[in-house]
Design a binder for this molecule. Structure first.
Ligand SMILES: NC(=O)c1ccc[n+]([C@@H]2O[C@H](COP(=O)([O-])OP(=O)(O)OC[C@H]3O[C@@H](n4cnc5c(N)ncnc54)[C@H](OP(=O)(O)O)[C@@H]3O)[C@@H](O)[C@H]2O)c1
Length: 279
């Protein structure tokens, strides 16, 4: 309450001097951008070494965010970090296997120690070795549960206490259109993505008025996603669909940037982005 009269007094003064008024307005704009946009936000991304995670990291860094990247493959992370830093971006990275809780905690700690805060955790690492249940590819089922569900939970466990302490923070969790509709051969993968959506919605409801939770549900996106598929038939089938209609990972990155750059009191709950041609 005490600051209100002085703002009005300032405005009256500024009206007398156009240059001062211009400078004052510009400062307010910059302040708003800093608070509401992506600039200077510290953003941890798991599964950042390729596909959707990589495209999002590049786009956010171009917009002034400080990105902290995690994935298992160190070489690809290093290459991406070099590219981002070479273009003038702020970047840190650490080899991270989201199946290990301590790895995910270390990645979040790296962001906090290097940059002093954490604005966004993008729980994006995921695999999709789909197959008919009759194939009994139990190891694939376990991997999907460990990476797609438990990896997200480890991310929440690492970042939630940080967000609570700070009084701000934003989870962006990558689900899938397979988390909205079930198709044959995708039962377990769909199950993991239904789980991501359920956990994210529960988290949103518990989060209170300071934390934000966004679910991003992509359709077919042109990435290395099929690499994790162990069934040759499924791999060929999904590659064929991807060749026919998959969209660029940039389309998903743009949606994520949109959610992140909203003002703090605007929580974009879920975004579905799929190819126009996807049924
Ligand atoms: N592409 C699509 O059509 C599509 C559609 C809907 C949803 N999605 C979802 O989008 C997310 C990203 O996938 P993408 O399409 O971008 O595929 P991608 O190109 O294969 O990227 C997957 C990323 O996750 C990382 N990753 C895999 N296992 C990991 C682990 N145990 N620990 C840490 N990182 C791990 C990979 O790096 P390393 O292998 O080096 O660890 C890679 O960086 C996934 O959650 C996926 O389910 C994709």
């Amino acid at each position: 309450m005490a600051s209100k009269p002085s703002i009005h007094r300032d405005q009256r003064l500024h009206r007398k001097d156009p240059l001062v008024e211009y400078r004052w307005k510009r400062t307010q704009c910059l302040k708003q951008n800093l608070m509401q946009g992506t600039k200077d936000k510290v953003i941890v991304i798991t599964g950042a070494s390729s596909g959707i995670g990589e495209a999002t990291a590049v786009m956010l860094a171009e917009r002034g965010a400080k990105v902290v990247l995690g994935a298992r493959g160190l070489e690809r992370l290093e290459g991406l970090a070099r590219r981002i830093a070479g273009a003038g971006g702020e970047v840190a990275y650490a080899q991270t296997d989201v199946r290990k809780r301590e790895d995910v905690t270390s990645l979040v700690n790296l962001a906090c120690e290097r940059y002093g805060k954490l604005d966004v955790l993008m729980n994006n690492a995921g695999i999709g070795p789909i197959s008919p249940l009759d194939d009994l590819r139990v190891e694939d089922w376990e991997n999907m549960i460990d990476i797609n569900i438990k990896g997200v939970l480890y991310g929440i466990a690492a970042a939630l206490p940080v967000f609570r302490k700070q009084g701000f923070g934003h989870f962006v969790n990558t689900a899938s259109t397979a988390g909205i509709t079930v198709h044959p051969n995708m039962a377990v993968y769909a199950g993991t993505k239904f789980a991501v959506r359920a956990i994210s919605e529960g988290l949103r409801q518990e989060a209170g008025d300071k934390l934000r939770v966004t679910i991003i549900s992509p359709g077919f996106v042109r990435t290395d996603f099929t690499e994790s598929m162990t069934s040759p038939e499924m791999k060929a089938q999904i590659r064929d669909s991807m060749d026919k209609m998959a969209i660029s990972p940039d389309a998903i990155a743009r949606a994520i940037v949109f959610a992140i750059e909203q003002p703090a009191d605007v929580d974009v709950g879920e975004i579905i982005v799929r190819p126009t041609a996807q049924g």
